[in-house]
Design a protein. Structure first.
Length: 434
């Protein structure tokens, strides 16, 4: 019953709800973050006609400022729709490229690298459309001066229009332009992303933001872990360690920016290519540093959407602190109304904090989880039952019927909110019965 599909990609899918629903959902999210100590929130696809455009985005920006939550806009510089993710805006990247087809990114064969992917993972080439096409991954050439100017104009407009706390910028990890201009500019090979493209585009973007909002937070995505890569690939890919030329690229990154790194491979994979040593520290690299993970989402490494990932979260927090990271980030695809996501988000706040500096899971269960789940013994059982879905141990699925019987037996003794959380777990387990 639980199968990923196009609806769980988190990118290039449609928004089929109303503007009121968007504002209500994100108002609830901001309120929850404020009440539970989550001080920063990045929204990808913030500006979208289906969301209500500028006015809807302004409403949630103002609420975030009122509630003390830093709201940042996620922006793809060469991809992901640009500043205005989808709609009839001059600051939508796809509109810009349709008006100037010569600015599309191309592969070594001279063909565009625009594509869509269906629920089975089948890729369809989208060519170089000059009119509105299907939702997909469209890419701009970073070497083209007009595309660089479009980035500057778009970010200038964004920060003149919305009271944002900052921006998270990416060059894209779904395709890299390899036209003559780009090939001549680069000294090093590329994977699904390019360090040299980041070194080119991030200063352009940061300068545009700071010219309007000098105090804005700028987060630059690296798609990588800081550990020097020792695996079998010639060029490390998403979530892998850094290549030998990363330091040269980082020297061109904007001063004072946050660098965001990816932790999953080095936390979850038991593979000699992904051993996190002292060489993977960010202490003293001259930037502020964030480590992000995808626990509880649909994005691989054995994770699944809604996963209760408390043991992973504890390890994440401990290793982040040891390696000199200033902040942690967690992909937040799932509402905190779902108990697995709620506990993961609460762990993000609690682990490595002044309340729990050692990121002790037992302490978290006693102080944070137990009041929400009907006591400490129930919290411990909840974590054990949720562990039956651990994909490292498929044999545990056979224990689900016994676990469900125990869960159903305790429901009547629980307070309503605790019972609701246990109902979530029961439904989740039942949907995986073999």
């Amino acid at each position: 019953m639980n199968r990923p599909g196009a609806h769980t990609y988190g990118s290039c899918n449609s928004y089929d709800r109303t503007t009121d629903a968007f504002i209500s959902d994100y108002s609830s999210l901001i309120t929850w973050c404020s009440e539970n100590g989550i001080d920063g929130l990045v929204v990808w696809g913030l500006l979208r006609d289906g969301h209500g455009g500028v006015e809807a985005a302004r409403a949630i920006c103002e609420l975030a400022a009122e509630r003390g939550v830093k709201l940042l806009c996620g922006v793809g510089l060469n991809c992901y729709g640009g500043v205005y993710y989808e709609g009839a805006s001059p600051y939508n990247l796809e509109n810009h490229l349709r008006a100037h087809p010569e600015l599309y990114a191309t592969g070594p064969d001279g063909r565009t690298i625009n594509f869509m992917v269906d629920g089975n993972g089948n890729r369809t080439d989208l060519g170089a459309p000059s009119s509105l096409g299907p939702r997909g991954f469209y890419h701009a050439c970073p070497s083209q001066r007009l595309n660089q100017e479009f980035v500057v104009d778009s970010l200038t407009w964004l920060f003149q229009t919305l009271p944002l706390a900052g921006v998270q910028i990416e060059t894209g990890d779904t395709g890299v332009c390899q036209c003559n201009l780009c090939s001549q500019r680069r000294k090093y090979p590329v994977s699904e992303f390019s360090w040299e493209d980041m070194a080119l585009m991030y200063p352009i973007a940061a300068n545009a933001v700071r010219a309007v909002a000098p105090g804005a937070c700028v987060i630059c995505e690296t798609y990588s872990h800081p550990q020097p890569y020792v695996g079998p690939r010639v060029v490390p890919g998403f979530g892998d360690g850094t290549p030998p030329w990363a330091g040269e690229a980082l020297a061109a990154f904007p001063d004072g920016a946050f660098l965001q790194w990816v932790g999953d491979n080095y936390l979850r994979l038991e593979d000699p290519a992904y051993v996190w040593t002292a060489d993977g520290s960010v202490a003293g690299n001259g930037f502020r540093n964030i480590l992000r993970v995808h626990f509880g989402t649909n994005w691989g490494w054995g994770a699944f959407r809604g996963e209760v990932a408390l043991d992973w979260m504890a390890e994440f927090a401990r290793r982040s602190g040891e390696a000199g990271f200033e902040a942690m980030s967690l992909f937040g695809e799932v509402s905190p109304f779902e108990t697995g996501a709620e506990l993961n988000y609460l762990a993000l706040r609690d682990f490595a904090s002044s309340w729990n500096p050692a990121s002790d899971l037992a302490s978290f269960l006693e102080r944070v989880a137990a009041p929400r789940l009907g006591g400490l013994a129930n919290a411990q059982d909840f974590l054990a039952f949720a562990g039956l879905l651990d994909r490292r141990h498929p044999e545990r699925l056979g224990e689900i019927p016994r676990a469900l019987a125990q869960i159903y037996g305790r429901m009547s003794s629980l307070q309503p909110d605790a019972a609701r959380r246990w109902c979530w777990l029961a439904n989740r387990l039942a949907s995986y019965q073999v």
